[in-house]
Design a protein around this ligand. Structure first.
Ligand code: NAP
Length: 475
């Protein structure tokens, strides 16, 4: 069985205390690797390495940093098959999905920020005849990047790429459930010519090494993606030392279907936005709100499409859905389906575990629930959606805004004015009209309300990972 290691100062090393955690393959339910359960001593080594590397990396020309990151992107592309296989075995997602989305997007993240840093410019303000101000944006130093399990390398790279591009040194921790592609990345960072100590990757438990990274006085900024409950702890811990913090958290995203929509498109895309990656994407729509006059027709067509979803072995090209990430997560999803029934919901499709080794669950559709019940308010983060009729545009907006979350929303309508009006009324950081999951990486990404603070993407991420210094010169 493979035993993976931490990546510190450009080398793969065993954890200082020699403790390991089992890593389970969701598709089989069996142990597939062991990962370090890192401790303070590992973190201290990573901090020393990062401190040493910072003077080299931050002083390196932007062109040179950019070339190294482009090379890293090339290498990920070259290793696409190996990475996709590892991601699929680690997470339970279908191999085709890891190959088509997760790994290509990880290399795009490095490529995007390798280019963005070359084009990044500081601001200057001229008060004619009086003074000139310019803003220098310096790297912060050592930053902590903590990512979740659902899109492992995609979200890991989405954080570390802008941090590195800006000239920071990184101490990063992937989820203990999905460490494998982050583990592989160290080797490619070396091959790309990244100096030792610039990127350090520690594995282990969130409440252990994750918390230690946030607490360490050397990490000056924390970029965190994960659940809202954990985000609260991370935010509170970072606040003790006035650290910069970016929190990308959970969602309970509405998908609003107006009667004037292109119904074929709305049905087809809503099935994808409900069940892609087993519903384990923070941007999946989990509450489908449907205008009353087309409710029955939408429901009929949506259920027909759901019947076509094949759940199976992630390695099988026919599987549209693979396995959920862990046995605990499977229990959580199942408990919400039971709760929905207790709350008066009717299961229209699915609603059960699949009886085979591994953590498989049927795509599940529920109706007849109150908008304020727990099933419609709490994040399930699995293949479970609810269908909810609404009467008027105002009703739809009120239901959409009724949760503590505000990550994303999808609106289906052919009325241009309505598209703008509803987009502006919905409390959501990301709004898609007649589409889903389409991204331009230059746009700010993040949620409102309990879905997080700060924005990732484009220059927002470069600004987050830099310290602005205003220089004023009197004319
Ligand atoms: P999680 O349990 O909050 O964990 C996220 C990361 O934080 C993991 O690496 C975890 O390590 C670590 N962690 C846990 N406790 C910590 C602590 N006290 N201090 C520092 N780090 C700690 O979330 P998850 O279950 O992995 O991911 C699912 C959640 O992420 C969902 O709520 C989903 O909506 C959200 N998400 C949001 C976005 C977005 O962009 N808004 C994107 C993807 C996912 P361990 O895994 O080792 O516990």
């Amino acid at each position: 069985m493979q035993k993976i290691q931490n990546f510190i100062n450009g080398e793969y090393v065993d954890p200082a205390e020699g403790q390991y955690i089992d890593n389970i393959e969701p598709g089989t339910g069996k142990v597939f690797a062991q990962i370090p359960n890192s401790t303070q001593e590992d973190l201290d080594q990573a901090v020393e390495a990062a401190k040493e590397a910072f003077s080299v990396w931050s002083a390196m020309s932007v062109d040179k940093r950019s070339k190294i990151m482009h090379k890293l992107a090339d290498l990920i592309e070259k290793n696409l098959d190996d990475y996709a296989l590892m991601e699929s075995r680690d997470n339970g997602k279908p191999l085709w999905l890891a190959k088509a989305v997760d790994i290509p997007r990880a290399s795009t993240n490095f490529r995007f920020y390798a280019s963005a840093i070359v084009n990044f410019s500081s601001e200057a303000q001229v008060s004619e005849g009086f003074m000139v101000n310019y803003t220098r944006r310096a790297p912060i130093g050592i930053v902590g990047c903590i990512s979740p399990w659902n899109l492992p390398l995609y979200l890991f790279s989405w954080k570390i790429a802008p941090a590195l591009a800006m000239g920071n040194c990184v101490i990063a921790k992937p989820s203990e459930l999905t460490p494998m592609t982050a583990f592989l990345l160290g080797k490619l960072a070396n091959e790309a010519g990244m100096p030792p100590g610039v990127l350090n990757i520690l594995h282990g438990e969130g409440k252990g090494i994750g918390q230690a990274i946030v607490e360490h006085e050397a990490t000056k900024a924390i970029s965190f993606t994960g659940g809202t409950t954990t985000g609260k702890i991370v935010g509170a811990t970072a606040a003790q030392q006035f650290k910069k913090v970016s929190l990308e958290l959970g969602g309970k995203n509405p998908n609003i279907i107006f009667a004037d929509c292109d119904l074929d498109e709305a049905v087809k895309t809503s099935v994808k936005s409900s069940f892609t990656n087993q519903g384990e994407i923070c941007l999946c729509g989990s509450r489908i709100l449907i205008e009353e006059s087309i409710y029955d027709e939408f429901k009929k067509r949506f259920l027909e499409e759901c019947k076509k979803i094949i759940v199976g072995d992630p390695m099988d090209a026919k599987s549209i859905m693979g396995a959920l990430v862990s046995s605990d997560h499977l229990d959580k999803v199942d408990s919400y389906v039971k709760l929905a029934q207790e709350e008066g919901g009717t299961i229209l499709h699915g609603g059960k575990r699949i009886d085979k080794e591994g953590f498989y669950y049927e795509p599940t559709v529920i109706e007849a629930l109150d908008a304020n019940c727990r099933t419609n308010q709490e994040e399930i983060f699995g293949p479970v959606v609810t269908l909810n009729p609404f009467k008027t545009e105002e009703d739809a907006i009120n239901i959409a805004n009724s949760t503590r979350y505000g990550l994303s929303c999808t609106i289906w309508t052919t009325d241009l004015k309505r598209a703008h009006r509803v987009s502006h009324a919905v409390q959501s950081g990301i709004i898609w009209v007649n589409c889903w999951l389409v991204r331009d990486l230059r746009t700010p990404f993040g949620g409102m309300k309990d879905s997080g603070i700060g924005r990732e993407g484009g220059n927002d991420a470069l600004r987050f990972f830099s310290e602005p210094q205003n220089v004023c010169i009197k004319l």
